[in-house]
Design a protein around this ligand. Sequence first.
Ligand code: ADP
Length: 475
Amino acid sequence: MQHITNQSLLSFMVPNEQQGIAVNNPATGDVLGFAPVSVEQDILGSIERASVAQKEWAALPSKSRSAVLLSWYQLILDNKEDLGRLMTLEQGKPLAEAQGEVLYGASFIQWFAEEAKRTYGETIPTPSGDKRLLTIKQPVGVACAITPWNFPIAMITRKAGPALAAGCSFIVKPSESTPLSAFAVAELAYQAGIPRDVLQVVLGSDARQVGRIFTSHPLIRKLSFTGSTQVGRVLMQQSANDIKRTSMELGGNAPFIVFDDADIDAAVVGAMASKFRNAGQTCVCANRFYVHSKVYDEFVSKFSAAVQQLKVGNGLDEGVSIGPVISAAAKQNIQSLIDGAIAQGAQPMSELRTLDGLFMQPVVLKNVTHDMDIIANEIFGPVAPVIKFSDDQQLIEMANDTIYGLASYFYSQNIHRVWKIAEALEYGMVGINEGMISNEVAPFGGVKQSGIGREGAKQGIDEYMNIKYLCFGGN
Ligand code: ADP
């Protein structure tokens, strides 16, 4: 493939559609290449090998696992340019964003390489004199993951890092839209010394089939999923049979609130970062804006002016800040939310041009009301609906009026209001005077139907470990 200097990253590729699935460039529609596909028997074999390999991997001192993970981290950094280009080619995001994701993705490997050495147990004061009590932490066993296309590397490393650090083996099924980045990053893991059976990437001919195998196989002890709430619900139901442990990072419907005491220019910068990253296709993207009536006109006009500066195009081209959306179905869905809002009275702040292929013109919509469909649904596209509010209590009710509870954002310079609102928002994460909140050191995760569990941070590794209580008698 053109643009990729280190061809060893692509050694997994297969020559044609008979042996694999075609991966397209969403910016051009071109076929980039073919990723290998496993049949059911292959996947069952993968799980068995992962189970055998896990024992040896877990038996290594944590310092050794840590060292191998750090080598992987370093190789990812060394290949940042190629991995970024590969990601832009298959996913569409602008090159600078793709390289940013490579670094963000790598940060989880580094962080959990460090955390591998800190999976402390506890000693517990005894309630009776003859007993001594303590806990140890042990890896759950074989962990598996199903990941989405919007962060083709980071959603894998955020799970693989803690799983491998904990002493689990790990099998991931990436999205069929973006498997090349997944296989390429795994190649680097093998070059770093992670055994091939300890970390595996598998694609099935059908995601549902892989999901059924992962959730029903007795050797799999843990499933970590990032994707839609709809699919997460199915996977949880399937996991219920075997009482399998799950972590779920699901959909969001993030409110972005601007109070009348906010620094409006800072709020516009935060809104741009939160809404338009990855063409609006992240689960923490601001989905709906609530702006106080006193500053509504100022915010909307400054926000729209900034949006009109965005350059839409092929992510490999210089200066492009918005790439294509992922698929024709996604584009149609976003367009129908925009059309619906306009039919219900919303007004676009700039000309709504129809672009070719999978490109979409970013737009701010004003005169939006809380009851519109565009507010209730996850948009996952470059459109920003802005609602006017005037009462804090009503605002909180509207902000929390959703089945989701992942990210939320607000801008205010009043310390009393900051505490009150931060506590009242029913979300797992709150950005206060900040539009970019994700990093490897903080716990990422949601409440309500946005998910269960936390990724990153000191908590992330606990998702892959069991606590074992040891009671020593006769002392
Ligand atoms: P998105 O809208 O981000 O694509 P999905 O939840 O549809 O979210 O997909 C996320 C991941 O889940 C992808 O890897 C996809 O292939 C996989 N997936 C979709 N449906 C199922 C299913 N029924 N069982 C298992 N995996 C699934």
